[in-house]
Design a protein around this ligand. Sequence first.
Ligand code: ADP
Ligand code: MG
Length: 210
Amino acid sequence: MSKETLSPNEVKEMLIAISDKIIESEELLSEADRRLGDGDHGLGMKRGFTAAKTQLETLEPTTVGQVFSTTGITLMSTMGGASGAVMGILYQNGGTALGDADSLDAAGLSTFMTAALEGVTNLGGAKPGDKTMVDALAGAQEAAAASVGLSLPEAMKAVSDGATAGMEATIAMIATMGRAKTLGEKSIGHPDPGAVSISIMFQVATAYVG
Ligand code: ADP
Ligand code: MG
């Protein structure tokens, strides 16, 4: 049955499902990073989300923001690398922006995405077009802002489509940030691994609320 709003415990369940899918996607994510970076993206994501899942399982949340922030802080302290800091700040900033809300709806999703994108761009300095996860996040944020009046399942589907379109757009881009930058034009033809991670997360979220 589709969900119009998510309680703190449902957000926890959704993030555990996201963690499971990311852990399962280790090889796919590392393969993407072998083409553009040093091949460790899947390993770092698996380490971070295994730790996040452990934290979430014992959490008894009273707000939705608390669930996202706990995930972010855990990712930050366990993933390492360039992506650990930005992936962590994404969840932490998004969660903090939700304040003491005890449910998540389409408007909350937009609030989350705006703060998450802002946190990542402020910390990492990447802009849309640099071939990073910011391209997927910017697609997601734009869709979320346009979906405030929709039901949560409709909004999450639009956000997921925006993230996937942003990820697919990175295939044709030349990397100008991070390790892939040294490849120059050779970076064309492959999606950014961090953007692939973002796209996977929203696909799981869409299946959860749908
Ligand atoms: P590392 O580059 O340290 O090996 P990972 O392989 O885990 O880290 O992650 C690489 C991903 O991190 C890239 O695909 C990109 O999406 C993301 N990334 C790297 N630098 C930045 C940045 N400054 N801003 C946003 N995302 C970034
Ligand atoms: Mg790497």
